[in-house]
Design a protein around this ligand. Sequence first.
Ligand code: NI
Length: 646
Amino acid sequence: MTDLATPPASTSHHRAAHPLDRLLPDESRRAVEIVRADERFGGRMRFASVDLHLAPKPLVLAHMAGADVHRAVDVVVLDPADGSTHEIVASLTDDAVAAWQRLEGVQPSIIVNEFGESEAAIRNDPGFQAAMAKRGITDMSLVTIDAWTAGNYGDPLERNNRLVRGLVWLNETPGDNQYARPIDGISVLVDLNAQQVLRIDDERVLPIPDTDIASAEWSRDHMPAGRERTDIQPLDIVQPDGPSFTVSGDQLSWQKWDMRIGWNTREGLVLNTISYTEGDRVRPVLYRASLAEMTVPYGDPSSTQARKNAFDTGEYGLGMLANSLALGCDCLGEIHYLDAHYCDAEGSVVEIPQAICIHEEDFGISWKHSDFRNDNTEVRRLRRLVVSFICTVGNYEYGIYWYFYQDGRIENEIKLTGILSTGALDTGEETSYGTKLGEHLYGPNHQHFFCTRLDMSVDGPSNSVVEVDTVPAPPEENPYGNAFRAQTTVLATEQQAQRRIDPLAARYWKIQSSETTNKMGTPTGYKLIAGENCMPFATEDSSIRARAGYMWNHLWVTPYDEGERWPAGTYPNQSVGGEGLPAWTAADRSVEDTDVVVWYTMGHNHLPSLEDWPVMPVACIGFTLKPSGFFDHSPVMDLPPSSNCH
Ligand code: NI
């Protein structure tokens, strides 16, 4: 058996890669072949995910000093015959299965093939066809079905079957906006392994909204002529000498920032070994950053809406749903794209050309001062490096953007757009749990929660996290009543570090080095500044409270453990819950002066408005990591003035 935790004896079988380099398509193919060739798994297995096996952090850091590591692939396969799940580590270095574990009672994320398979199973089911006929629908080619993850609500079917719940829509003509015509009041449970309908929950026959089609269309092919504005002049970004960044393999360097691009089927884009170079000092900031989970709970008690609680990262896989930006990317300037790929159920590689977008943007002024006495003005412009990808999860689009600024800031921003997952109302019916978009059409209330995993390494692996509130001074120190100061609390253990935002106290959290100090002798650090946020509104006894417990704190801090990657557990699909962050942190381990992982959860509350229809204008939510005593003085005094003012 291969020991993946020690360096390999020979390096002849694999390329001289960095251990965090993204899998090449040939490496994924080879991993599939290794699994296929192993008689324990044979030909019947369906591939749920094929991803780079993360080498242990100490080995990666040793590799950066020249040591070698195994190249291995995590393969999750599903045996449709008995419903078991198998976690396999395929060693590319040794060309063999290095580890194997059989799991019962868990469901890996939805496999891309299962979207089409479940839709076909429902469409071909006589009971479903009868339910459609009852509504006057006989042309099944116009019926579309979204496969929503089934969740877990105590139904025995959820224990023993691999499920999705089909929600139903109607096209008027192929390719038009089916979300304008929900066939509501009905949902269909499908067994994905048997590719069979298990149960049709046909609770209400509702009118199919008769929406004004012109106002519901988004595709240029279906839009009425003459709609587009004509008063927009060209705005071109010209970079005659090319961009200021360089990409070498997966290594990205831009001015003083360096990082390594990573990718997997679950999180999509991952950023590794992020550092800022100051003079001849390479200063680590983050070992790894990724969107580790996201959950969209709906807040409408109607039977079809109440069970919409999608975990888009853990139940679907953002990396498998990534857009090819070759088909449409709205970034301006000199763009550098990186391709991605995933493996389908059969283990065949599916390429996503141009999945990752890298470019730089002008971002207004960085700093300015005018000295009127001496008639002197200095101003500098700010630039940022943008690394992003966009994925489509059913009706919604999510753009995940990472920004790196010349002044040392890092920002994460999620752009939400796409189409509301709508519902239908009876004639004259009103609802408090959504916004009416037409007489029979409404957008139900819901929320979007994102949990970003930040494996911090501010000036080295040993960090602590402190909470900083601003408080008025106590009376004895406050003769004029004006004084206020920072109140700093060390978050010493996992339980103490379960925190929520407090904008009224101007609260932030600072991740600081245990070893490095700035010129004033205080720890170097980065502060995490919250942006828009909210709490979930589901009750303590709700299913989603157990299954997505991570949503109930905005901040979690854990000591680094290579097995702790998924905030709602490794297999949130149909889980009963309790796993992930709430389970790990029950141990209340110390998170002081150690290798910490910071988990930031942010929620976007979505009470739809008329303007969100038919395609929602982008809503943004994010957070900032800002240097705080990391530098001894402003890091942007070295910016040259820009030369291209008109
Ligand atoms: Ni929304």
